[in-house]
Ligand binder design. Sequence first.
Ligand code: UDP
Length: 324
Amino acid sequence: MNVLVAGGAGYIGSHMCKRLAEAGHRVVVLDNLSTGHRAAVQWGELVQASLGDTAVVKDALKRYQIDAVMHFAASSLVGESMKDPYRYYENNVIATLHLLQAMKDVGIDRFVFSSTAAVFGEPERDLIDEAHSCTPINPYGNSKLAVELILDDAARAYGLKATALRYFNAAGACSSGVIGESHSPETHLIPKILRRAAGESIEVRVFGNDYKTRDGTCIRDYVHVCDLADAHLHALDYISAQPGFHRFNLGNGAGYTVLEVLNAAEAIIGRPLAIPYGPRRAGDPAILVASSEKARRVLGWKPQRADIRQIVGDAWAWHQAPAY
Ligand code: UDP
């Protein structure tokens, strides 16, 4: 298949491009490089444009005879979305609408969308399945949920074949070390710990140790970025055979506490990291873990790299000598 990867110069998008190429697909990256990296585009041509550059996007869809679009291009910082919601609706909703319209205009009907656990809001139970209510608590989650609603309507009205994959905590890197996570600013736990361990002056604290969890720190479902890429391949096959709009949660179904992540990092790096406790971060629920039973059953997806030591170890291979 010829697959356009929007946001293919970013963290998850670049891992997707690698996986698609390995599976024999032809990849074309659409990215404006606002947060992505030119050096991460290694498996296919780069069309440097924004999703809203309709003429360029339509031209690329036609010129490369694209069969399906995978969409990773989004703003994804919760705190930033609280301060500047218009930007999130613009970048995540309106831009996606332009992309979908361009696809419709040129007759492309397969779409795999990066969604997020943030669509659920405050968890009502420890294991979050697809039946959990969707009441986001920040503009980022709202913007992703808005696109899910658009996709549902588009599937009904235009016959779009679409899927939304809700990631829990994407982490790790491709084990070859040629691509990895590189955000500025970095807010996520694992890259912050590892960048500090690699010598950067990044302040890291454990955000709260008085949660009702086994060691008092928050539990999250960390899922390896290469397992996420595998899930997208399965999803692409699935929508090709099953029209309509489908939602899947992607995680390992088991969470790790912040301290367990820290212990794994210390074991891999081989020295204590002396990360102090700090206050809770606003908006952090105690436990966020996915039930990905549906993805396993319906898509036939099985995460291969669920162990936190592998996730942190692969990330560490990247952070010791990041190429960008
Ligand atoms: N966290 C932390 N210190 C940090 C960054 C994150 O203790 O410097 C915690 C955070 O409170 C959460 C977990 O690590 O419980 C994962 O946070 P991250 O920002 O990586 O992802 P999120 O779960 O917010 O999507």
